[in-house]
Design a protein around this ligand. Structure first.
Ligand code: NCD
Length: 307
């Protein structure tokens, strides 16, 4: 793994390696050592992903270089590429990047001499979120084979939906979508079902937020969304006993899920957040172990690769 950019290119073996390493990290964070500097370059708002990376880095004993978009030279028109090169030049060993462009990594991946992890790219990829979702499912069921997993909500604007659809199919799960009219995306060839069917047949119901900030038109009336397309207490009652609820959060309580269900018995929403730390520790350590053990070494290695 040169960079961790998308679930599209991950094999089942490399996904299992991440999930197993995450469990090892929970038991023993000292498995990984090294004097590394990470830079968390978040060009979009984030609570969970940013803090989860920070916690993962600190648990791994790394130093973290700060970045605030508003006070950086981005405000003077500096590009993502020049910002990333700057962090590389001053000694960052690892870049964690979240950016609104679907393919921000294309330009950087070939030119940078340090590993990069995609912490969210536009509507396209969110591979670390997908890995923590898979860890949560794996803990529950011990396998992905033939699990019925329904991803329900604003599929069209969701990088979480896309990343999970690829990864879950690779792992042998049966993946379905459920979406309100206008929120579908047919490009992945995933079958659709109503939220009522979804609740009755699924082993895992993964709910998604209505992503207002990504909509072309600004207002989208969500007053009847819960009743028509969301998880109401009545639908939750019809779920199979063993079925679980996931949500990448932030949750719009009362829109895609009834507020009382966010912390119900079958909800694993806060478990997902906890798993995120260990999953990110695993991804960081696997990547850095593959690149080598110090910044000079990494730079040398990459220069050799370039010639
Ligand atoms: C998701 C994201 O940013 O894509 N959240 C997250 O990373 N936990 C989903 C969302 O914003 O709805």
């Amino acid at each position: 793994m040169r960079h961790f950019i998308s679930t599209r290119e991950l094999s089942a073996a490399s996904i299992f390696n991440i999930l197993n390493t995450a469990e090892e990290m929970r038991e023993n964070p000292d498995l990984f050592s090294g004097n590394y500097f990470a830079a968390n370059l978040f060009f979009e708002p984030s609570t969970r992903t940013k803090m989860s990376f920070l916690m993962a880095e600190k648990k791994l004993g790394m130093e973290v270089l700060d970045f605030q978009m508003e006070s950086s030279s981005m405000a003077k028109g500096e590009s993502l590429y020049d910002t990333a090169r700057t962090y590389e030049a001053i000694g960052a060993d690892l870049l964690i990047v979240r950016h609104k462009h679907d393919r921000w990594f294309d330009e950087l991946a070939q030119k940078l001499s340090v590993p990069m992890i995609n912490a969210g790219s536009g509507k396209r990829d969110h591979p670390t979120q997908s890995m923590l979702d898979l860890l949560t499912i794996y803990q529950e069921f011990g396998s992905f084979n033939n699990l019925n997993i329904v991803i329900a909500g604003d599929i069209k604007h969701s990088r979480v939906a896309r990343s999970n659809a690829y990864a879950l199919r690779t792992m042998g799960a049966n993946v379905y979508f459920s979406a309100a009219p206008g929120f579908e995306d047919d490009s992945l060839g995933i079958p659709y079902m109503s939220i009522d069917e979804a609740c009755e047949m699924c082993d895992v119901l993964m709910l998604l937020r209505v992503q207002h900030e990504r909509h072309a038109t600004t207002s989208h009336d969500t007053s009847s969304y819960l009743v028509n397309y969301g998880l109401t207490p009545e639908r939750e009652q019809r779920m199979q006993d063993h079925a679980i609820i996931l949500h990448p959060a932030p949750v719009n309580r009362g829109v895609e899920i009834d507020t009382g269900l966010v912390e119900c018995e079958r909800s694993r929403i806060f478990k997902q957040m906890e798993n995120g730390v260990y999953t990110r520790m695993a991804i960081i350590s696997i990547l850095l172990n593959e690149w080598g053990f110090d910044h000079e070494h990494i730079t040398e290695k990459c220069q050799t690769l370039k010639v």
